[in-house]
Design a protein around this ligand. Structure first.
Ligand SMILES: [Zn+2]
Ligand SMILES: [Zn+2]
Length: 90
């Protein structure tokens, strides 16, 4: 996969944007896409069971709900440390 630089100049909207409550935009390997606004979010941050991914998913903006943002931030901070190569799993 090549690095994609997103530019807003062509006016394209809603394509492959990662916006998650954790504030991080890295791909942790478990992402989910909102069916309404096409934004990508971390499954773990949104409290979704990896074994039970819903057919139709809506982000917290399209379907407002209470989420544990602090937990999501901590979670992804730890993941990022692993992703940056401190140690490798599998
Ligand atoms: Zn996240
Ligand atoms: Zn949405």
């Amino acid at each position: 996969m090549s690095q994609t630089v997103l530019t807003q100049q062509d006016g394209s909207y809603g394509t492959d944007v990662t916006r998650c409550i954790c504030g991080f935009t890295h791909d942790d390997g478990y992402m989910i896409c909102c069916d309404k606004c096409s934004v990508w979010q971390h499954i773990d941050c949104m409290g979704i069971d990896r074994q039970n991914i819903p057919d139709i998913y809506l982000c917290e903006r399209c379907q407002p709900r209470s989420l544990d943002k602090e937990r999501a931030v901590l979670l992804q901070q730890r993941k990022k440390e692993h992703l940056s190569g401190v140690c490798t799993f599998n």
